[in-house]
Design a binder for this molecule. Structure first.
Ligand SMILES: C[S@@+](CC[C@H](N)C(=O)[O-])C[C@H]1O[C@@H](n2cnc3c(N)ncnc32)[C@H](O)[C@@H]1O
Length: 305
């Protein structure tokens, strides 16, 4: 059994269906209710940060949740724009929707839906202060908030949404990973991996590796409302003979750990042993994540910072 080399776009495409099965249904339901109720008048203004190859747009279209919306997607990787365009084009052909593009925007149309997509390539940390104020009704951050400096970015971004706008922050890693069977180096390898995540922002006490654990408390303390929260864990077996997806996904996780910990004594031995177990169909991978849906504070609720 061979394992494909690391390809981030392929990883995100596989991750789409793994996430579909992992997303917390109660939190998703709150997002769905919001979207059902809020697309009757002017187009709903949606902002997604860290949009990858556009899989959340596809997921929302599949769930029939985008009817009358302008969807602004921000993604730092320039190459992902083309992947997103191709993926959405293919999806629209398969689902008998009309997909049109011009230099400014893409459009998805069908009998009862009209969605405009504005894809912007750039770093949200650099773009946030130039975002038009009080424009967006909903912000989405899927599998990205734990890569960002929450106390630096979220106050700036949430205060630029419409007052009382909704947020959906899904797949936030909580800091718990388990590989089975156990290995004597697991604890120190995973501790070093979490330390590496946290040290992306050395000026902050915020632990990015525990975003899923602390995000709700952070949101409440900043005056925002948490309507729903729940687990969205990944639990994958690498031994499916008919579907390479979980195996390739775990392989990419191992590559990520190896790259992050390059130079740490013994990490290559650990990763290689895990790769052998994966190839033999003997490796199980679990990672704990947490989803959140709620509303941003209205001005009269503003707290001093
Ligand atoms: C783990 S991926 C998730 C992508 C997508 N949300 C999904 O689940 O398929 C995180 C994405 O956020 C993007 N990203 C990370 N930091 C960013 C930043 N500062 N500004 C914009 N995008 C960013 C990465 O390039 C990557 O595509």
């Amino acid at each position: 059994m061979t394992v494909a080399p690391f390809d981030y776009r392929k990883y995100l495409a596989i991750k789409k269906r793994i996430d579909d099965a992992s997303l917390n249904p109660e939190v998703w339901k709150q997002l769905a209710v919001f979207l059902h109720e809020r697309q009757a008048g002017e187009p709903l203004q949606i902002l997604e940060i860290g949009a990858g190859i556009g899989t959340m747009i596809q997921r929302l279209l599949e769930a029939d949740l985008l009817k009358n919306a302008t969807y602004t997607a921000i993604e730092v990787e320039p190459d992902f724009k083309n992947s997103a365009k191709k993926t959405l084009d293919r999806w629209c052909v398969q689902h008998k929707k009309v997909f049109t593009t011009n230099q400014e925007a893409w459009q998805v149309e069908s009998g009862d839906a009209d969605v405009q997509i504005n894809w912007k390539t750039g770093d949200i940390l650099k773009m946030v202060d130039d975002m038009p104020p009080a424009t967006y009704d909903l912000i989405i951050g899927h599998a990205v908030i734990d890569l960002l400096p929450v106390p630096l970015l979220l106050p700036r971004i949430l205060d630029r949404l419409k007052p009382g706008a909704a947020y959906y922050f899904s797949l936030n890693y909580t800091g718990k990973t388990v590989f089975e069977p156990p290995h004597p180096r697991d604890d120190d390898i995973l501790r070093a991996y979490h330390h590496d995540m946290d040290w992306r922002f050395p000026e902050l006490t915020w632990q990015a590796s525990r975003t899923g654990l602390h995000l709700g408390e952070w949101l409440r303390e900043a005056g925002h409302t948490v309507v729903a929260t729940g687990e969205s864990n990944w639990s994958l077996e690498g031994n499916d003979q008919t579907d390479n997806g979980p195996r390739d996904f775990i392989a990419n996780i191992l590559d990520t750990i190896e790259q992050a910990l390059a130079g740490l004594q013994g990490v290559s031995d650990w990763v290689n042993e895990r790769r052998s177990q994966l190839a033999a169909g003997e490796l199980h991978y679990f990672a704990a994540n947490q989803d959140y849906f709620g509303f941003t504070r209205k001005p009269y609720m503003a707290t001093r910072r």
